[in-house]
Every structure is written in C-alpha cells, then in structure tokens.
Ligand binder design. Structure first.
Ligand code: NAP
Length: 288
C-alpha cells in the first residue's frame, strides 16, 4: 500500500477543496505550537507546513522556549482559540516533561482541535459523531478505503492501546463492523492472536526488542505498520518487511506508508474545521 502515492492523490483533491473555499471567502489556516527544540518535532512540523502550503492552507508556527511555563502555553492556546483567522491548532507532541500534556490539549477549542485529541472529540468518536478524528488512525482507515479492503466482519488486530493510535482506531474499525482485538505489552499469546488477523496493525515502536515477524501473520493478511523506529539513523517500522510481505496480501512500507497519510489527514481536518466554522455545507471533505 503506497501511502505516499495515496497521500499525493488526496492532496490534489484537498487543493481543489481549499481553492473552492477561498472562492467563497474562507481562508483555512493551521497554527502550530512547538515548545522547545526537539529535533524530530521540528522535522515533522516542517513537513506539515510544507504540505499545508502545497494545498493552499495558510500556516503559522509559534515556538515557545523549552522552559516555558504552563501559563504561557495556555495563554498562546487561548489567543489562537479566540483568533477567527485560525481554523486549526496543532500542539506538537511530545511536550517537555514539566508540562501537563493532557491539560494543554484540553485547552484547545474542540472546534479547532485538528489532532482530534480533546476529550470532547474523542467522546464524539466513541458515539460515531466525530468530525475531527485523530490523524494517524484516520490515515490508516484512508489507506484501507483507498485499496477497497473489506472491513465489515473482518478480524482486525491492533498492537497498541494509546490514545493517539490504538483507541481511536479501535472505534473507527468497530464503526465499520470489524471484529477488533486490541493488544498491548501485557497481552498473553500475542502470536496466537495476531495469526488470526485479517487486518493486522502494529504501532509499538520498540525495535529491536519487538518486531512483527512472518510467523505472527496469517497468509493473505493485510498488514499496516504505523511505527517509526530510528535505528542507526534509519527509519524502520515494526514489521519485518521482507519476511511478512511474502505472506501478506497488502502491506505498508516504512517510510512511505502511514506517515504521509497522517500529514494529509491533518490537512483534511483543517479544511473540515474551516468548513464547519464558516457554515460551509457543500464542502466535500472528508475525502477518503
Ligand atoms: P506508545 O504510547 O508508546 O504506545 C506503544 C504501544 O505498544 C503501547 O500500547 C504498548 O503497550 C505497546 N507495546 C509495547 N511493547 C509491546 C510488546 N512487547 N508487545 C505488545 N505491545 C507492546 O506510542 P504511540 O504514541 O502510540 O506510537 C506508537 C508508534 O507509532 C511509535 O513508533 C510512533 O513513532 C508511531 N507513530 C507513527 C505515526 C505516523 O504518522 N506514522 C503517528 C503516531 C505514532 P502498553 O500500553 O502496555 O505500554
């Protein structure tokens, strides 16, 4: 599954959508916040701003010092919440240890929460009413939809239970009638569970201690690798690509799989937020 190519195609559609919005007087804009100078965060943010520009979404970044107090971050979020020119706010994670990440995320107006991580948007997801859905799980669903992978009645196994990946993905797959199992570090007989998966999604990120091997995958399974491990400067996923691709019917590479889809879904969420804030009913996002 070529996430890079699916993301490029989706980007074109989002560009058209942004163009339409501009014609009717709506200027979508994403504001990002970086606290500190975490190097990978800077790389991810640069790519988000680049893709925003390519689509025609305005973007601005606000950098605070790594020793910024919670009050300073809260003040910035409040001012972006109140700024009508800002459609979406992204707080780049991880935050420095001294900040309460949960409290900072909750400060973001749910209408501008383009990461879909506030409890209000998470709650809506549980009730099947979310419009702003966490980007990585949305990206995974986008890939499944693009490749027309059957979901209803299929057995899906997710190795991850985080609020960023596993929990929202559980609800998205369940909403499309998959039978979903969520595994984590305390799961017993992981191999026995993963071998039953028609769709196997791994997001552990503990290479080399953990990897998804050929034995863990059933013949013909769809395997989606969300993880990003940096080993000797090289980006790799959880999945032993060579061994597993011989068995899987579909598989995502790392890089070039879920990563590009995550960025594109952030842009889709920004357009969704801008459309909602401006009462645009004709908007054709979401795309995938
Ligand atoms: P996380 O919070 O650390 O979650 C890791 C999950 O893996 C946890 O649920 C953990 O279980 C589970 N786990 C750890 N060791 C395990 C083992 N031996 N067997 C089974 N499960 C095990 O990380 P995250 O934020 O969700 O991110 C996960 C990975 O996805 C990372 O590599 C991250 O870089 C990547 N990611 C990629 C994108 C993208 O755009 N491609 C976006 C987000 C995240 P416990 O809950 O029991 O600890």
């Amino acid at each position: 599954m070529d996430g890079k190519s699916v993301a490029a195609q989706t980007k074109q559609t989002l560009r058209e959508e942004a163009g339409y919005m501009k014609k009717v007087g709506v200027e979508p804009k994403i504001a990002t916040i970086l606290v500190g100078d975490d190097a990978p965060s800077k790389v991810y943010l640069a790519s988000k701003h680049r893709v925003a520009e390519e689509i025609g979404i305005k973007s601005e970044n606000h950098t605070l010092s790594g020793i910024a107090k919670e009050g300073e971050v809260a003040e910035l979020i409040d001012s972006l919440n109140a700024d009508p020119s800002v459609s979406g706010i992204l707080l780049q994670l991880p935050l420095p240890q001294h900040l309460d990440g949960r409290r900072m995320i909750e400060r973001i107006s749910p209408a501008k929460d383009v990461d879909g991580l506030t409890s209000q948007n998470m709650g809506r997801l549980v009730y099947g009413q979310a419009s702003l859905i966490p980007c990585t799980p949305r990206g995974v669903m986008g890939l499944l939809h693009f490749y027309k992978i059957p979901i209803a009645g299929q057995r899906a196994v997710i190795i991850n239970r985080s609020a960023l990946v596993g929990k929202p993905l559980f609800h998205l797959l369940l909403a499309e009638d998959a039978t979903v199992t969520v595994c984590h570090s305390k799961s017993r007989d992981l191999l026995g569970i993963t071998r039953q998966a028609d769709i196997l999604i791994s997001a552990v990120g503990r290479r080399p201690q953990f990897s998804v091997t050929r034995e863990m995958v059933r013949e013909g399974a769809v395997v989606i690798d969300v993880a990003m491990n940096r080993i000797a400067g090289k980006l790799i996923g959880d999945v032993d690509f060579e061994g597993v691709s011989a068995k899987a019917s579909y598989i995502t590479p790392v890089p070039g799989g879920v990563g590009p889809m995550t960025v594109i879904m952030l842009m889709e969420n920004t357009l969704v937020a801008a459309a909602k804030q401006n009462g645009l009913k004709e908007a054709s996002v979401p795309i995938l």
